[in-house]
Design a protein around this ligand. Sequence first.
Ligand code: ARG
Length: 461
Amino acid sequence: NEGALWGARFATGPSPELAELSRSTHFDWELAPYDIAGSHAHAKALAAAGYLSPDEEAAMHEGLDALARGVADGTLRAAPSDEDVHGALEQALIGIVGPELGGKLRAGRSRNDQIATLVRMYLLDHSRTIAREVLRLVDALVAQAEAHPDAVMPGRTHLQHAQPVLLAHHLQAHAWPLVRDLERLRDWSTRASVSPYGGGALAGSTLGLDPQLIARELGLDRPAENSMDGTAARDVVAEFAFIAAMIGVDVSRLAEEIILWNTREFGFVTLDDGYSTGSSIMPQKKNPDIAELARGKSGRLIGNLTGLLATLKALPLAYNRDLQEDKEPVFDSVRTIETVLPAFAGMIATIRFNTDRMAELAPQGFSLATDVAEWLVKQGVPFRDAHEISGHLVRVCEEEGIELHDVSDDQLRSVSPSLTPDVREVLTVEGSVASRSGAGGTAPVRVREQRAELIERVQTA
Ligand code: ARG
């Protein structure tokens, strides 16, 4: 069992079946740059504690730099006999600096504290990329809202026409959850910025290495308070997977609407050719595949989170090999979200809104009935009665096959003497929207203020 990290107490090497099951290099190689950064920091701590001479330390850093170059240009790869990234890199280091020096680096550390540190470094790095991509999507939504300050559309509840709203209000309603996702990433990063390095296998080290030094070198805020928690906890990974799933779910709700809006029946949007796909048989088709893939992949992100939680459930302290199962799902979540977001932001940035069609539908389905009731309240009618009167008016319209703005003065009077022709002032979509000027409402002035707030929140997130 030449080269393995743990051969001596075994009479034979691992069986091929065990090696096949145990091997993780096909996914944990992704952590190689972080492993090397950890080794640089560890070499400094060993030197500071007197376990490496200045010359040895310098040679170690040089050897590690050579490893990093090999990883970066692809000339250094894991061999089939390597169990994991840590073992593979130690073998390669020994190949460069020799067994005498190369064999010193493992003092005072375990793969358990290494892996717990590296996965945090990896996720912190990617959280910055993901935040940037979420921000681009928010920017695209805000730009579309800005470009359509007055466009109206049917606002829906239960997918039924409810009340008219501004398109900008609707788009910004999709931006706010993404702003909260950015804030979640920021909050998470303060919890994640911890270095378990120095925790060893579980109980800490006897060598007096400085964990502060290592944390600082790795750009992490502080060492873990408890070596068992540091090496065995993965809540930080699960929480990251949750945020990725939440982003996916937030995006999927907008995706679903784009898919609906892009149907002939709705006709609200036209997708840019660069962000839609065709059919191999139906020449006329232009499909919203980005939105559908985003919707579909949100399921995958949820699966990664639930799989991870199932792995963690009831796992006793401290490290167990089960914990190796944290990486594939969370790496997949990172890759998925980093692929979905740029395409989705591009689709939103280039979408064309058919505002005439939206405006035409905005008043339909008696969406101004609440405005009639509230107009009556302003005339002194109790809301209970106003609701009845407005409901009655809707029934008359339905029977006549007309919309609210089509009713005659006589029809108004026949429903209630309180319904004078003056009610027509609220029977326009523009009037309705403008009058919803309470906090957070859809009136253009409020939506503009809200956008300024949104932009400010995004800048501090
Ligand atoms: N590859 C392992 C993981 O991802 C780290 C190695 C720990 N192995 C061990 N036998 N303690 O969690």
